[in-house]
Design a protein around this ligand. Structure first.
Ligand SMILES: [Zn+2]
Length: 298
């Protein structure tokens, strides 16, 4: 099974021809390449790709440039100057005010997800520097209930925006929120849309800068509120970005939707994004816009 996988992917990627099965000193190398977990299927092009190569490219497919989801910790490492990130609002933890139960009880899903991810909820906010420019930086983590926005996520975003306002810092938020609003918290989750939007409107009145970065996927209540409100809106390539999913829209309006609908590329073409940025260029691009808009004190 593993042998097949390896050979199959060598053919498809073209990389294996000189890196695995036919290498002269091949036995040990082949054994290593055949280890479980070294190959993965790309969600973008469906090819089997060599995982270490994907990781080396910051979790981007070397074949089709599909950007895989990454953890909040990786995102912080990638965007923020080393050693400068200080997390804020770490005491906020989610509750289960409705005693909600779908297939599983919400409180059990929370405990299980917290244990699996090491996070208390789907969002991390803190202060840090990007190319030596101080910012308030936040990121939603799609591993935690699809990055959905419950009360804690909304509250952390608001407090982050307020912290940025009080210290006159730019606010940068990277959304990876396929879950939109977190329905397990019902109206309390939906309220976060208005709450985060109001905090950003207040922030905007002070003439401060919000850079919103959209990653795959950013949907639902997140996209219908704070994520769409950046002064500068950037996105990673080929990200799914929208409100309702394409199937829901198709069924609702009873019409076909255009090709490429709800992708970064479609949104850029229709004026909704300012720029599509490859992950390896993200930090430098955010810094470019920070330097453009933020007055330097020195
Ligand atoms: Zn791919």
């Amino acid at each position: 099974m593993l042998e097949n996988t390896t050979e199959d992917s060598s053919e498809k990627t073209g990389e294996g021809a000189n890196s695995s099965s036919t290498a002269p000193a091949g036995d040990s190398r082949r054994r290593r390449d055949s280890q479980p977990g070294l190959w993965m299927q790309c969600d973008g092009c469906s090819r089997m790709v060599y995982k270490p190569r994907v990781e080396e490219k910051l979790n981007v497919c070397p074949e089709c440039n599909f950007h895989f989801e990454i953890s909040s910790a990786d995102r912080i490492r990638m965007c923020i100057d080393p050693g400068t990130f200080e997390e804020l609002f770490t005491g906020l933890i989610p509750l289960d005010p409705l005693g909600f139960r779908a297939v599983k009880a919400y409180k059990d899903r929370l405990v299980e997800t917290q244990r699996r991810t090491g996070l208390k909820d789907a969002c991390v906010v803190g202060t840090g520097k990007i190319e030596r420019i101080p910012v308030v930086f936040g990121v939603s983590d799609s591993r935690f209930l699809r990055g959905s926005m419950g009360s804690v996520v909304g509250e952390k975003i608001c407090r982050g925006v307020e912290h940025a306002r009080d210290h006159r810092l730019p606010f940068v938020f990277v959304s990876g929120s396929g879950g939109g609003a977190r329905m397990d918290e019902g109206i309390l989750s939906l309220m976060q849309m208005a709450k985060t939007s109001a905090a950003l409107a207040e922030f905007d009145k002070r003439g401060l800068l919000f850079i919103s970065v959209l990653t795959n996927p950013t949907m639902g209540g997140a996209m219908a509120s704070f994520a769409a409100l950046g002064d500068v809106v950037l996105a990673e390539p080929k990200a799914l970005i929208g409100f309702a999913g394409p199937n829901v829209i198709r069924e609702t309006i009873k019409a076909d939707i255009p090709a490429g609908f709800q992708t970064s590329e479609f949104l850029l073409e229709h004026g909704f994004l300012d720029r599509i940025v490859n992950r390896e260029d993200l930090r430098a691009t955010i810094a470019y816009f920070l330097r453009m808009f933020v007055p330097r004190s020195s």
